[in-house]
Design a protein around this ligand. Sequence first.
Ligand code: HEC
Length: 487
Amino acid sequence: MMSRHLLVAMLGASLALVSGVLQAQSYNAGSAVPKMHYYDIEDFGLDAGSTTYADDIAPILQRSCQQCHRPGGGGPMSFMSYDEVRPWAPVIQYRTAIRDRMGAMPPWFVEKNIGINGFKNDYSLSDLDLALIQDWVEHGAPRGNPDNEPTPLVFSDGSEWTLGEPDLILRSQDVTRPAIGPDWWGDIGLVPTGLTEDRYVKSIEVREINDIPADIGTSTVGGRYIFHHMTYRSGVLNEGGTAVSGDITSWPIHEVGRNADTFPEKAGRLLPANSALHLYAAHLHSNGRDTTGHLEFGISFFPVGYAPEYSRRGPRTGNGVDVDILPNRANQEVHNYVVLQEHTKIIAFEPHLHAPGVRMCLEAIWGHNQFTLNCVGYDHNWVKQYIYEDDKAPLLPKGTILHTIGFLDTTAGNPNLADGRNWAGGGRRSVSNMFIDLGYSVSLTEEQFQAEMAIRRANMKDRNEYDIGCPLCWAPEPVEPGIAGSD
Ligand code: HEC
């Protein structure tokens, strides 16, 4: 007869098997319904109920939330003091546990359990941060000893440049939107740079200045701005000052809530003498009050005489035109493949979908290897660029196939969607779809590629250490043909 113990063990094993299968199925990567990330504080060696605002939570808020959640910041409420934070505790627990799907706070959607970990200005929360928040809320969100609270951060008036005072500030013309009106999309003209010599740009930050009072409450970011987004480029001004031509440079898109752009040391972007910005495609949106505003461009330069080592840009990936999105269906996937014609270093990943988008992954296929470089959740209310740390940026040999995968959800489970009942193709309007990576990369010569890989190898302990972004890091250096294998 089968012993009781064995029976229980077998039952347990088969239950585990079933629940394992169920668990795998219940996580839909292409669904807007989030998988929550809950942790047990005891797994981190801490006692349940020991977390306090003063000791544990305030430092997290300072690091990851207050840049927006403060008076005059982009967030709808202030989290500067215990009294301000306390009523929001349960919502904070919920929004932070979403972690990497639409609705997550802070808005930073990189999936941490797959691919490369190493992005600049990463203000996301660690597993321990989440465990602390959850323990704190579940035990009544206590304040603890106010003397232990960190010194409050001091922010200026909310209009400072996040990258510091720029070398050059340019200004667009004023535009006005009525309180209520259709969206407007078009060209808002040229902005001469006034430069008398060629300069290379190190960073650029765009901000909207308008006449909406800072102290009025708005429930959404959209209520504070009229520029929804704008694409722009630069070139040399013609004699009449009516157009730009020559080497046209595209600049990273301006979008509400998007971070500033810093170009890598070796890949500054040219703004030539006598150039102008051409603001050729601005999308303006009425926000409920008559508003006049303009954009300011804060530009910082590399020193005079600087020349970029990497000047060639890598390929564009994605497909903005030929997308076919079905109504009322989760887990839809769109795919795009690009074969790299040159060795390539990926500097930044910027998934761009429209309202149905929930996630984008970037894969590198090289020979028979297939690497997931990163998967990133997508929330169409937040357009984020993720810039790799220099020593984590993917270094891919020519011939690599870059595979981008977009995941979309057009069911009612996706709160970003106005109406999921219609088929939708590609297009610029928000009710149409896009599937592109707005990030950027640079092409490397053979020498530059080898030099970059040598730096990476020097950072690794030994050959057993593997760098996802560097498939050839441990490959033997190529030998000139004719020398290899000759006796
Ligand atoms: C980059 C700016 C930014 C950062 C950083 C940020 N927030 Fe937010 N937060 C917003 C904006 C804007 C909204 C309103 C729009 C939305 O809900 O997405 C919001 C909404 C919220 C809400 C929902 C409020 C409601 O009405 O339900 C909570 C809770 C929240 N944030 C908590 C946090 C916490 C906690 C952090 C840090 C761990 C954080 N946020 C970091 C900008 C930010």
